[in-house]
Every structure is written in structure tokens, then in C-alpha cells.
Design a protein around this ligand. Structure first.
Ligand code: ZN
Length: 285
């Protein structure tokens, strides 16, 4: 329909003599798989749509959108300019190379269908997942996502976002956040301001965890904490304490798992922060 409408508009303009504005086609931009794209259109642009779904845009033109780690192809933005013209542009999503660990199939044998079910664990896990989901259910109007991002903890990055084990030809689920190895008790702070939506634990996998709302559907999760310093409803400034590094839940050593989700899509936090600061020359690796 969109393509048919244009000649019709032009024809109408020719008949009436009015100068019907042609839709603007802005240059294609590139995003990368797993990226939280933060970009801007000219101030006053409005009615932004991503593949025909409404997408929030601030008055100064800033917007964000998350690209799924496994998305391939292009996406399309449509909007109305300040002076009322329709405009669009394409976003090409570039593939990214992920850390893939290929292991023999025998290391991940299929689950035994006759093994006794642990109903207590299943019920507990179901309740935990429901709490995590509820914490991220509301899309708030806060502009906290716009701040310049800083690291919530410093240390060696032990596992990157998107890393994945493949057993034979069966892929396990990919790593949905990034791991920062640091001594137990080291501080974890808010990477940008936010509102605490969940502060609880220990959960079976996440351990003690905190979920922070940065606005417009963007949430941080901080996992495996040894101590939690906040409660639900707290409003955090950037750099405010969240808790302490730990190894609670499913963890093999003290580290922070920092995950980011935008409207349910997991995105790579490492793309938003500056290079990891190096404390001393010998701590360089
Ligand atoms: Zn992790």
C-alpha cells in the first residue's frame, strides 16, 4: 500500500497544483547483533515506528532500540518530521562473531526421562522466574538510560555477552549478560541512575539479585551478590551502591553477572561502557 500511495499523491498534486511533499528517505544506518542502539533524529521528529510498532522518541530526537543477538536482516524506522513530512530509513544489522566453545556431545548427555522430578525445586524456580518477569513488566517514562554509562564493577571480564557452548551439534543457551570477575565484597554500583524493581535472593541460579529500571523498558540485572544494599523502590543515582560482589546462586567463583534487557530483548552491556579501567599496570590482564 505504501508504494501505491506515492504515485497517487504525486498525481493528485499535479491535478490540484499543490506541492505534495515527497517522503524523505534518510541514509541507511548500521547496527550490530546484540547492540542497544542509541541514536537521534532531528529534534521534533515524532510518531516513530520500528517495523510498524510504536517506538519511543524523546522531544530532542533521541531514541533507543535493542537488536536481538540472533537477528539477521534489516529493520525499518518510520517517523514524521518536525514540519510534518513522513520519513523513513533502514537499519542494516551486521553479524557479530561470538565466543563459541565447541565440546563433544558426550559432555552433555540428554536428560534421563526416568529420573525422579524434584517438584519442590520446580515450584521454587517457577516462583523465582515469575518475580523476575514481574519486576520488568512495566515500561516507565524515566530518562535514566540517556546518561553516559559507567562500569558497575571493575575487574577482568571473564565471559562476554553472547558466548555459547555447543555440545556436538546441540547449542546450549547463550550467555545473556557479561561477567566481571572481582574479589568477594567489592562494590557493585549503579551504571546509570535507576529505580530498584527487585532486590532479593538467593535464587537458585541468579543468587542474590537486583533489577534496576533505567526507563523505557531498559533494565539492568546484577546477579550472584554476596550482599544487597538496596530495596525495592529506591531511586539510585549513578554510582550509588547496589550491593557487593559474591558467588551466590549458580556460580563457580566471585563475579558480577551484569545483564541488560530492552523490552525483553537481551543486549550487550559492554557496548555501552568505556574500556574497562585498569587499576595498576600489572592488573592489565
Ligand atoms: Zn554470567
Amino acid at each position: 500500500m505504501r508504494y501505491l500511495a506515492l504515485p497517487l499523491l504525486v498525481a493528485t498534486a499535479a491535478i490540484t497544483g499543490a506541492a505534495a511533499p515527497l517522503p524523505l528517505v534518510e541514509p541507511t544506518i548500521t547496527a550490530v547483533q546484540g547492540e542497544l542502539l542509541m541514536a537521534a533524529l532531528p529534534a521534533g521528529s515524532h510518531d516513530l515506528r520500528l517495523d510498524d510498532q510504536p517506538l519511543h522518541i524523546d522531544a530532542d530526537g533521541r531514541y533507543m532500540l535493542g537488536v536481538d543477538r540472533d537477528f539477521t536482516g534489516t529493520r525499518r524506522l518510520d517517523w514524521i518530521t518536525k514540519d510534518g513530512r513522513s520519513a523513513h530509513r533502514l537499519i542494516t544489522v551486521a553479524a557479530r562473531e561470538w565466543d563459541i566453545d565447541r565440546l563433544p556431545a558426550r559432555l552433555n548427555p540428554p536428560a534421563d526421562p526416568n529420573a525422579p522430578r524434584n517438584l519442590e525445586y520446580e515450584a521454587r524456580r517457577e516462583a523465582e522466574i515469575a518475580q523476575v518477569k514481574a519486576a520488568r513488566a512495566d515500561v516507565s517514562p524515566w530518562p535514566f538510560w540517556r546518561a553516559a554509562w559507567q562500569w558497575p564493577a571493575t575487574g577482568r571480564i571473564s565471559t562476554h555477552f553472547g558466548s555459547q557452548r555447543v555440545y556436538g551439534d546441540v547449542p546450549a543457551s547463550y550467555h545473556g549478560g557479561m561477567d566481571i570477575a572481582a574479589p568477594s565484597g567489592a562494590p557493585v554500583t549503579a551504571p546509570v541512575p535507576g529505580v530498584v524493581r527487585l532486590a532479593t535472593g538467593p535464587f537458585a541460579l541468579e543468587g542474590n539479585l537486583v533489577i534496576i529500571d533505567h526507563g523505557r523498558g531498559l533494565f539492568s540485572v546484577m546477579m550472584h551478590l554476596s550482599k544487597i544494599d538496596v530495596k525495592v523502590g529506591d531511586i539510585l543515582a549513578q554510582g550509588d551502591p547496589v550491593g557487593r560482589i559474591g558467588s551466590t546462586g549458580r556460580s563457580t567463583g566471585p563475579h558480577l553477572h551484569w545483564g541488560l534487557t530492552w523490552n525483553g530483548i537481551k543486549v550487550d552491556p559492554e557496548k555501552l561502557v568505556p574500556p574497562m579501567p585498569v587499576k595498576t599496570p600489572e592488573a592489565g590482564r
